[in-house]
Design a binder for this molecule. Structure first.
Ligand code: NAD
Length: 502
């Protein structure tokens, strides 16, 4: 029987009251308390109230999870079963995740403030689609026989890496984990997920559902805990073969350092951005405005690929600003994340609220013009809310144009033409997403060729699909989530030589 989906704010709140929050870690196929009894509070950013007190993993719990993963890997209960058996379990896992969409929506929404409508409409479907994509790809990954020499049979095996740790952020908690879990598990690795402390519970639910789907013990553990302790213990561990990291660029840098100082484990990073949207005068302005608004404010602006540097050709700047404000008011009113009508929730926590508010002050101090927003919405002082905010007359060297804000703050920069847009777009330490808005096909192709970015959108923004690589260049990271390339990131080749000589 299909699960009932709450239809109203009241129904979502009824679901949240007395919800059986699971406070334990999931290690080696079972729910366990932290060995040292560590605990931390999970706080609802919409209200500031404590949701639950959760087990906090430390080095000892990491040790336990890594040992279980290694045991499972060596035993071959996952890595050496028939690929189609892995596929069956992963497909069943995806079905179970889909069936628990309401639970995931509730957990991530309560913990990090994302509207339930976003969870039901995007995060959960994307997580499920990517799990299915990876599962279906399992028996499409092939080795090779190479043309080496007549007296030699040389072939290439593609094999799992071993024990993989996935360290993920809070902005798309279950979805980010799923994007990495799919390829890591599909390729036969044993996995330990370390969620961000602001949003831990959905990772534990994912691990429980994998076990329910028939996943063997030790293959998928979830160890909530702080980055500095549990995260660092995983990244420095001598028996972890890879870190699949999504998070900020500075912490991505730490992952590489920890790997270098330990066992040279593989590290792939998916980090932040300051993605440009270049709006040219010949574009369909209404569509450009609509998508630019989503590009800046969806998920409260807490999106790695947020299109927060909006470059607009000079003749249309005033019209753009006018329409942008009107559409923002219509589309993004901050509200209760558990109300299905809400499109913008609070920021994830008090610290993030302080950081983002600090950027608003920096924008004013540097001489940018505050076009709208910048304050706490009236009546919402109990949570970590911020109004959708836009600065105009921004220069690319200002802090608000150079740094990732990770909140609902956009910056509009006037440009003379597309060429100047490309120069400014590339004058950034980041290179995750970029868009151009124009009806001129040749200009669009030139932009796509010349902009330094892992993803380019032409007359659209944020489109994605399991088949399309997701990742960046420069300090936006070196990894690619989704797509067949992600499966390569979680496997390695082995070169086998057989002499046929007499
Ligand atoms: P963060 O870098 O603070 O934390 C990410 C993860 O790393 C968390 O699990 C955290 O606990 C852990 N961590 C923190 N310090 C650590 C340490 N010293 N050792 C080991 N682990 C540590 O990032 P965040 O605030 O959780 O997430 C926001 C960032 O994530 C933004 O920069 C955003 O752009 C980025 N992000 C990127 C993508 C992408 O696909 N490129 C997607 C989502 C988010």
């Amino acid at each position: 029987m299909a699960a009932h989906i709450p239809a109203t704010r009241q129904e979502w709140h009824d679901r949240a009251v007395n919800y059986p929050f699971e406070p334990r870690l999931f290690i080696d196929g079972e729910l366990v308390d932290a060995i040292d009894g560590g605990r931390f509070e999970s706080v609802n950013p919409a209200t500031g109230d404590t949701i639950a007190t959760l087990a906090e993993g430390n080095e000892k719990d990491v040790e336990r999870a890594v040992a279980a993963a290694r045991r499972a890997f060596e035993a071959g209960v996952w890595s050496r079963i028939a690929p189609r058996m892995r596929m069956d379990i992963l497909l069943k896992f995806a079905d179970l995740v889909e069936g628990r969409a309401v639970d995931f929506a509730l957990l991530d929404s309560l913990e990090m403030g994302k509207p339930v409508s976003s969870m039901m409409g995007f995060d959960v479907p994307s997580a499920v689609a990517n799990l299915r994509f990876a599962a279906e790809a399992i028996d499409k990954m092939e080795g090779a026989v190479t043309n080496t020499h007549p007296d030699v049979l040389h072939y290439i095996l593609r094999q799992p890496l071993g024990v993989v740790s996935l360290i993920v952020p809070w902005n798309y908690p279950m979805m980010m984990a799923a994007w990495k879990l799919g390829p890591a598990l599909a390729m036969g690795n044993c996995v330990i997920v370390k969620p961000a402390q602001q949003s831990s519970m959905s990772a534990v639910l994912l691990a429980r559902l994998f076990a329910e789907a028939g996943g063997p013990a030790g293959v998928f553990s979830a160890v909530p805990g702080s980055g500095a302790v549990a995260g660092q213990a995983l990244a420095r561990h001598m028996d972890v073969d890879k870190i699949g990291f999504t998070g900020s660029a500075p912490v991505g840098g730490l992952m590489m350092r920890y790997a270098g100082e330990s066992n040279l484990k593989h590290v792939t990073t998916e980090c932040g951005g300051k993605s440009p949207q270049v709006v040219l005068a010949d574009c369909d302005l209404d569509t450009a405005v609509e998508m630019a608004v989503h590009g800046v404010y969806s998920n409260q602006g807490e999106v790695c690929a947020a299109g927060s540097r909006i470059m607009v050709e000079e003749p249309i700047v005033d019209t753009f600003l006018e329409r942008f404000q009107a559409r923002t008011v219509a589309l993004y009113a901050p509200g209760d994340p558990l109300d299905p009508a809400t499109s913008m929730g609070p920021l994830v926590d008090e610290r993030q609220h302080r950081t983002v508010s600090g950027y608003v002050e920096a924008g004013k101090a540097e001489g940018a013009r505050l076009a709208f927003g910048g304050g706490v919405p009236a009546g919402m002082e109990g949570g970590y809310y911020l109004e959708p905010t836009l600065f105009a007359d921004v220069r690319n060297d200002m802090k608000i144009a150079a740094e990732e804000i990770f909140g609902p703050v956009g910056a509009v920069l006037p440009i003379r033409d597309m060429e100047e847009g490309i120069v400014l777009a590339n004058d950034s330490i980041f290179g995750l997403g970029a868009s151009v808005w124009t009806k001129d096909l040749a200009r669009a192709h030139r932009f796509a060729r010349d902009v330094e970015s892992g993803m380019v959108w032409v007359n659209t923004y944020f489109d994605q699909d399991p088949t399309a690589p997701w990742g960046g260049v420069k300090q936006s990271g070196n990894g690619r989530d989704k797509c067949m390339e992600a499966l390569s990131h979680y496997s390695q080749t082995k070169s086998v030589w057989m002499s046929l000589g007499g």
